[in-house]
Design a protein around this ligand. Structure first.
Ligand code: ZN
Length: 78
């Protein structure tokens, strides 16, 4: 009875996957739906995405390969 419960300071009970917006428990480290790694909830209860080093390095590697290929192609032509 009475208004004992405050409606302020309601902590979110879940976070959302940044990839597929699946509802995940706050302590989840990986999305059960798309297996995206997730960190703590950020703005609007959306989970933060950890920095994807492998994707980053892969992208750089591809650019380096492309650059090497272009360099090789021009070098070959003389
Ligand atoms: Zn997901």
């Amino acid at each position: 009875m009475g208004k004992l419960k405050q409606k302020k300071d309601v902590a979110p009970k879940y976070k959302r996957c940044p990839e597929c917006f699946a509802r995940l428990p706050l302590d989840a480290e990986r999305c059960y739906s798309c297996s995206q790694k997730v960190e703590g909830a950020g703005k609007y209860g959306l989970a933060k995405k950890p920095f994807d080093w492998t994707g980053y390095i892969r992208a750089i590697g591809l650019w380096v390969l492309l650059g090497m290929y272009l360099w090789w192609a021009f070098f070959k032509k003389g």
